[in-house]
Design a protein around this ligand. Structure first.
Ligand code: THU
Length: 129
């Protein structure tokens, strides 16, 4: 799976976004170690805080489908917007070593990582034993 192909999955997932309130469509695609891709899109709610971001939909769907080890995630928005803080924290929990591709709606993307996006993440080592 090339970065371009994973970005393409995120762009396709973006088409399925349910975002009638913000009209900001977001798609994501998580690549598992075994090559399986899990898509996600943002799903908004009239009770705004009940909205869930594309990245967390993709990651939680991957977990629900039995996958645990991920190598990359692609995120696609209209303008190359970066993942929100909550999504960064969830990425750190579930895929700390993931490469992150951040794409605009035309498939122009840049490459970063979870560690770069959230260097001082809160991790399990901060919890008392
Ligand atoms: N959104 C995402 O899906 N991912 C992010 O990382 C940032 C924000 C969604 C949430 C909401 O549906 C819309 O974008 C505007 O905030």
């Amino acid at each position: 799976m090339t970065p371009e192909q994973l970005v393409q999955h995120a762009l396709e997932a973006r088409q399925r976004a349910y975002a009638p309130y913000s009209n900001y469509l977001v798609g994501a695609a998580v690549l598992a170690e075994d090559g399986v891709v899990f898509p996600g899109c943002n799903v908004e709610n009239a009770a705004y805080p009940s909205t869930i971001c594309a990245e967390r939909v993709a990651l939680t769907s991957a977990i629900a489908n039995g996958s645990r080890r991920f190598t990359a995630i692609a995120v696609a928005t209209s303008n190359g917007g970066t993942p929100c803080g909550a999504c960064r924290q969830v990425m750190a929990e579930l895929g700390l070593d993931m490469t992150v591709y951040i794409s605009d709606e035309h498939g122009n993307f840049r490459t970063t990582s979870v560690r770069e996006l959230l260097p001082e993440y809160f991790g399990p080592e901060h919890l008392p034993a």
